[in-house]
Write a new protein. Structure first.
Length: 526
């Protein structure tokens, strides 16, 4: 009583009793040995020999429905849907009480159940079988299963009630009842049935996997997780079940659990796929293990060196690990492998800006902006690149075009303020920088730049206040510390000597380039 195990379990009744209205000469009906041999050939996978024997048998038993059932099974295993359907229907037409032919035809439709129409056909076949055999357990269960798939949950429950008590209490029926109750909003009943299902000794993943979509759709994802966890704990989970459980964990932000579950998929003898390694990298990244993510991606890259997406993700993780040479190398390769992907150009442009190569970054950001003109981050990134390349008019044009967009307002005002400082327009610089502070008061950059304007105006007390805020937010911020040194030097503060050492240490540590750019560009691998 499962969903549809396919045609490995074949309904071939050698002791078949012909139905009323069907007759074959007695010698033909006695040829059970021939039928048994055909069945053995099918079960062993020798379909060619089985078909030859069926063709020979039809010369002797031209109307035997069992032979057409055999042909249907052979056609089904050979993926010849139309012939399989025709042969199963011919078997039923010859013997309207031939249970095996009905069940095989119903399963054939279920195997091709990508559309509701096929499910309806399967349901119709099981209904016809129940007209001649109302107590048939398999037909009743499969009807209930199909009604669930067709979102007819109340009717599915009614169909399950037709099962005998023993069958109703088996895991397949419990699972369907659980899913139906969840879909009907009967949360308490669904939870109770879920607990009963977890305790069922015959529970397998074949019972759980089909109901996971219903449980998740109707707000019972935690119950789906609990059932899949039970399957895993019993060492009954296939890679499919592990993958589904990992996806559910991932959707709920349980990234460590997702990674642990995916790791179980590495325990088999088969080598891991690049797709699995990429999923592991994502789980590791989202749980904060950047080095682990990089390790998975390195393995995936070895498996698929021509996969541009893997090089791209590897490069983005390297950015976060502050490994600019490795990031650049990987992103250059991603762009080489897929030169038309604007996101790859975008990320490479960001890395080039980080290493102070704005002239090289500009064409990459142009590629992105031209492809995604509605994304303000493209204009912002291009404006920053023009700013760093001292193409100030071009920088102003790009930055002003997105200064009122919420996602780039803070960054655009900051760089327009810096541009105004370069042009010695301190009034505009102050206005822009105050807008940046107002938009993003948790960022140290605008406070540090505003302090620079105030130092130039000899407003030393105000400058000191803004630098104190910047350094409280980010004590190691290079620009804030550099501007504080400038303030100390301007005011002949004795702390200048110590502050000079702090700035030198930060410069040696490579902290001179603030992280605002990458945060504003939202460069993330996952």
């Amino acid at each position: 009583m499962r969903r549809h195990p396919g045609f490995l379990v074949i309904f071939l009744y050698i002791a078949f009793a012909p139905a009323e209205g069907w007759s074959t000469p007695a010698p033909a009906l006695a040829d059970e040995a021939r039928l048994a041999r055909i069945q053995r050939l099918i079960e062993s996978g020798d379909l060619r020999s089985a078909r030859t024997d069926v063709d020979e048998a039809l010369k002797v038993l031209p109307g035997d429905p069992r032979l057409y059932n055999f042909l249907g099974v052979i056609d089904a295993q050979e993926k010849n849907f139309a012939n399989a359907e025709a042969n199963f229907r011919r078997a039923i037409q010859s013997a309207p009480r031939f249970t095996g032919a009905y069940l095989n035809l119903g399963r054939l439709y279920q195997e091709h159940s990508n559309e509701d129409e096929a499910l309806e056909k399967a349901l119709e076949i099981y209904s016809k079988l129940l007209q001649v055999d109302p107590e048939n357990i398999e037909a009743n269960y499969q009807s209930a299963f199909l009604l669930n798939l067709l979102r007819k949950f109340a009717r599915s429950l009614q169909q399950l009630d037709r099962l005998p008590a023993e069958a109703r209490n088996r895991a397949p029926a419990l699972a369907l009842r659980c899913a139906n109750n969840a879909a009907l909003g009967k949360a308490a009943q669904a939870e109770a049935l879920g607990r009963e299902l977890q305790a069922a000794g015959d529970l397998t993943e074949a019972d759980v996997l089909p109901i996971v979509p219903t449980l998740t759709k109707y707000h019972k994802a935690d119950l789906a997780i609990a059932l899949l966890e039970t399957v895993v704990q019993r060492n009954l989970a296939s890679p499919t079940a592990l993958s589904r459980l990992a996806t559910l964990y991932d959707e709920r932000g349980r990234f460590k659990d997702a990674r642990r579950t995916l790791d179980k998929m590495l325990e088999g003898d088969a080598p891991p796929s690049a797709e699995l390694l990429n999923r592991l990298a994502k789980a590791a990244y989202q749980s904060g293990d950047l080095e682990g993510a990089l390790g998975y991606l390195a393995h995936a890259r070895d498996l698929e060196p021509a996969n541009a997406a893997i090089h791209f993700l590897f490069g983005l993780v390297c950015i976060e690990l502050k490994l600019p040479p490795e990031a650049k190398k990987s992103l250059v390769e991603a762009v080489r492998l897929d030169p038309d992907n604007p996101y790859y150009h975008y990320a490479l442009g960001a890395v080039l800006l980080q290493e102070k190569n704005p002239d090289e970054a500009i064409p990459h950001f142009l590629k992105y902006r031209n492809a995604h003109g509605d994304d303000a981050r493209g204009n912002f990134a291009l404006g920053v690149a023009y700013f760093d390349a001292y193409q100030l008019d071009a920088a102003r044009k790009e930055l002003e075009s997105v200064v009122n967009r919420p996602e780039t307002r803070a960054g655009a005002n900051l760089y327009l303020g810096r541009l105004a400082i370069r042009e010695d327009n301190l009034a505009e610089a102050e206005s822009r920088l105050r807008n940046a502070v107002q938009t993003n008061p948790g960022s140290p950059e605008p406070y540090a730049e505003l302090a620079l304007v105030q130092v130039r105006r000899a407003e030393f007390a105000l400058a000191g206040s803004n630098l104190a805020i910047a350094l409280k937010i980010a004590p190691g911020h290079y620009r804030a510390n550099l501007n504080l040194l400038m303030l100390y030097q301007k005011t002949h503060d004795p702390r200048a000597e110590q502050q000079a050492r702090v700035v030198a240490d930060l410069q040696r540590a490579g902290e001179e380039r603030e992280r605002l750019l990458l945060r504003s560009l939202d460069i993330r691998p996952y």
